[in-house]
Design a protein around this ligand. Structure first.
Ligand code: BV8
Length: 244
């Protein structure tokens, strides 16, 4: 599958490209998406219940162990050809990467203009006083089902610096994301089901201005009916074609 000529022309003429990425962006690095339930890690843990303030307040050791497992996995994997292509594209165009992912694979691939609208797995703060935690994350080789989080000096538990369901998105990151989608010449939407809000609505900030939005996804998503073009394929297959 490739792009229709008119979109190819718009892509090469674009000076500023906004890119919204979701869990599918990291799938080819070996990170399960939220919709993947085949993998044991996810089948046992429903992100919808565990990725909440209530779950952490009730069972901090269960939630903390779940995030330790995810941090351990991210440390073991590498950015894929899709991450690297986006970093390379930024060498000759303005590229604003907006990611829903909490991993650091875009950074490790070299992407700089980056908004983490759902926070980052490697930022930590106190659950009670919100003071950033600069301690060393200890990830045991074998992570038990439950691990007590580290404690802040105030006595509160340390939590991951990510946005849980029901929590506000980081205002600055989301403002930057809306700004990029509202001012870009073209938008790419890569590897997202478009289910989670308000991030899932960002493409409409481009569409309502008549800016072309190209979706890269092997399957249809909630956004496919609305985007300018669905480029059916995976991130690591399609994105390197942008920099050939
Ligand atoms: C909030 C961190 C309010 C946690 C995450 C309307 C408006 C506002 C809110 C809501 C709303 N409707 C509902 C809500 C509530 C909720 C929500 O969206 N619920 C959903 C389930 C309906 N939203 C919130 O709670 C947000 N907060 O709105 O607060 C508020 C306002 C004021 C004051 C106080 C509060 C917070 C949402 C953030 C949640 N945190 N992550 C963690 O990771 O543990 S979201 C988490 O799930 C991920 O970060 C990611 O964003 C999301 C998963 O979505 P995707 O990335 O799309 O991944 P998914 O698996 O779904 O799809 C993968 C796609 O990839 C598929 O399409 C697949 O085909 C494709 N794919 C697979 N392989 C590949 C591929 N594509 C390319 N290449 C491949 N190889």
């Amino acid at each position: 599958m490739s792009l229709p000529d008119d979109l190819l022309a718009q892509l090469s003429a674009a000076n500023h490209i906004a890119v919204l990425t979701g869990a599918g962006m990291s799938a080819e690095s070996g990170v399960p998406t939220f919709r993947d339930v085949q993998d044991g890690l996810w089948a046992k843990y429903d992100p919808m219940t565990l990725a909440t303030e209530e779950a952490f307040a009730e069972e901090p050791d269960l939630v903390w162990a779940w995030y330790l497992r995810r941090a351990q996995l991210i440390r073991q994997v590498q950015p894929n050809a899709g991450h690297r292509a986006l970093a390379e594209l930024a060498e000759f165009k303005q590229v604003s990467v907006i990611t829903q992912n909490v991993d650091d694979l875009h950074e490790r691939a070299g992407s700089e203009v980056l908004s983490h609208v759902h926070g980052g797995l490697f930022d930590y703060r106190c659950f009670d006083c919100a003071k950033p935690w600069s301690g060393e994350l200890e990830i045991p080789q074998e992570i038990p089902e439950r691990v007590s989080p580290p404690k802040c000096a105030c006595g509160g538990w340390i939590r991951p610096g990510i946005v849980w369901f029901g929590e506000m998105l980081p205002p600055r990151a989301f403002e930057d994301a809306v700004d990029a989608c509202s001012t870009c010449d073209l938008m790419l939407v890569v590897g997202t089901s478009g289910i989670v809000q308000p991030a899932g609505s960002l493409p409409f900030a481009a569409l309502e201005r008549g800016t072309p939005v190209i979706e890269v996804n092997p399957e249809e998503s909630r956004l496919t009916d609305y985007v300018t073009h669905w480029w059916q394929g995976t991130a690591a297959e399609v994105l390197p074609q942008l920099v050939r």
